[in-house]
Write a protein that binds this ligand. Structure first.
Ligand SMILES: [Ca+2]
Ligand SMILES: [Ca+2]
Length: 131
C-alpha cells in the first residue's frame, strides 16, 4: 500500500483515457474471473473475497460485502443472466471511479492505495502524463 494525493479531475481523466482505462479494467476482470469463463459470477467473487471489495470500497463486515454484491448484481447485471460480463464490468468500474471522483471533488486528498487498485492506476496514469 502507498499514500498518494488524489483529486476528482485525476480520476475523470483516467476514465476518459479509454485505452488505458479499458486495459486496467480488463486486467482486473481477469484477476477476478476465478474460473476463467469470461464472466463474473457470485462464486468467482467468493473465491477471492476482499479482492474486489477491499480495493474499491471501504467495507469491513461480511454483511456489508454481501449487500454490496447484491447491489452490484442488481444494478450492473443488465441482461439478468446472473453474471457480470466484461462490458457490464466496465460500466461498473467506470461508475465506481466517477463516484469516487465526485466524492473527492476538486481539492486533492491524501488516500491510501492498494498496489493494484484502479485508484492506484489512476494516480500512476496522472504521473506518467505530467512527466
Ligand atoms: Ca467466471
Ligand atoms: Ca450479465
Amino acid at each position: 500500500m502507498s499514500v498518494a494525493c488524489l483529486d476528482g479531475p485525476i480520476l475523470i481523466k483516467f476514465v476518459e483515457d479509454s485505452k488505458v482505462f479499458d486495459k486496467c479494467v480488463d486486467e482486473k476482470f481477469d484477476m477476478l474471473d476465478a474460473d476463467c469463463d469470461g464472466a463474473l459470477s457470485r462464486s468467482d467473487l467468493q473465491v477471492r473475497p476482499g479482492r474486489f471489495s477491499s480495493m474499491e470500497f471501504e467495507l469491513q463486515s461480511k454483511e456489508e460485502i454481501t449487500n454490496l454484491y447484491d447491489t452490484l448484481f442488481e444494478t450492473f447485471d443488465t441482461d439478468r443472466n446472473g453474471k457480470i460480463d466484461r462490458n457490464e464490468f466496465r460500466s461498473l468500474m467506470e461508475e465506481i471511479v466517477l463516484a469516487k471522483a465526485r466524492g473527492i471533488g476538486q481539492s486533492p486528498v491524501l488516500v491510501i492505495l492498494q498496489e493494484d487498485s484502479l485508484l492506484m492506476r489512476a494516480v500512476e496514469h496522472d504521473l506518467s502524463k505530467s512527466k
